[in-house]
Design a protein around this ligand. Structure first.
Ligand code: ZN
Ligand code: ZN
Length: 249
């Protein structure tokens, strides 16, 4: 199983990551990636970058040494209403190429009941700025995979299969499999990402691919399986960079 992009990575502006954006893109080039999204943490995380980082992010080039550099963030869900740590106004202003929304226990209750977690994701699904749902398979925030992935599909929210989950959220492998099966059943698109915090784990999704192979997850539903899939998905999300990528295909 090959992937042409990593849509979830961190750099040392999140202080628990260890490489610069230049080092990460250089590694992406070495690995033969077509695109990489730099998605540092939203401001509610204790070691997130300052807001100015996001105001200025478009000063980075769109393409570095042949690798498309998507500018993004991994925003935090703050409550069951699906409130994020960036207002709609800010997200509009930042005009990011890839907005992930994740639950982190630093910014939300470490455990939610099934109904609350389901409500949370249904609310997030209504946010037009959200592109992808990050590592949502934790048993501590288990939700109705079938009902919610249907709404994710309707609202063009991509569900992430996170290569780092097995390391930092162990014990959720069965949930991830059930989530992937719900996506397959409901035609919900997924992205398979490393969530790398250094060059050494960029594009490493080895903990996820055997499961996707086993359940025969269709490649047309994987947004980072091909360049065409990725461009089509960015277009669907109204991203300006999609036209530039298409032009240079
Ligand atoms: Zn995360
Ligand atoms: Zn992350």
């Amino acid at each position: 199983m090959d992937f042409i992009a990593d849509l979830h990575t961190h750099t040392l502006v999140s202080n628990h990551a260890y490489n610069t954006v230049t080092e990460m893109v250089t590694q992406a080039k070495k690995l033969g990636l077509y695109a990489m999204a730099v998605t540092d943490h939203g401001v509610a995380m204790p070691d997130a970058p300052h807001l100015w980082y996001f105001y200025n992010i478009h000063s980075l080039p769109d393409i570095v040494d042949g690798v498309w550099l998507l500018k993004g963030t991994e925003a935090n869900v703050m409550d069951v209403d699906g409130t994020l740590d960036f207002s709609d106004d800010l997200l509009k202003r930042f005009d990011l190429d890839w907005i992930i929304v994740s639950i982190h226990s630093d910014t939300l209750a470490p455990k939610l009941d099934f109904d609350s977690a389901t409500k949370l994701w249904l609310n997030v699904a209504e946010n037009p700025y959200v592109d992808m749902i990050g590592h949502s398979e934790s048993r501590f925030h288990e939700y109705d995979y079938d009902a919610v992935t249907k709404v994710f599909a309707q609202n063009n929210k991509v569900v992430e299969m996170n290569g780092n989950s097995a390391n930092c959220r162990p014990g959720n492998e069965d949930n991830m499999r059930r989530l992937a099966l719900a996506c397959k059943k409901n035609g919900t698109k997924i992205a398979v990402n490393s969530d790398a915090h250094s060059i050494y784990s960029l594009a490493d999704v080895d903990t996820v691919t055997p499961m996707l192979k086993e359940i025969k997850f269709p490649r047309e539903l994987i947004v980072n399986a091909t360049k065409e899939n990725l461009i089509a998905e960015l277009k669907l999300h109204g991203k300006k960079i999609a036209a530039k990528m298409e032009e240079q295909l």
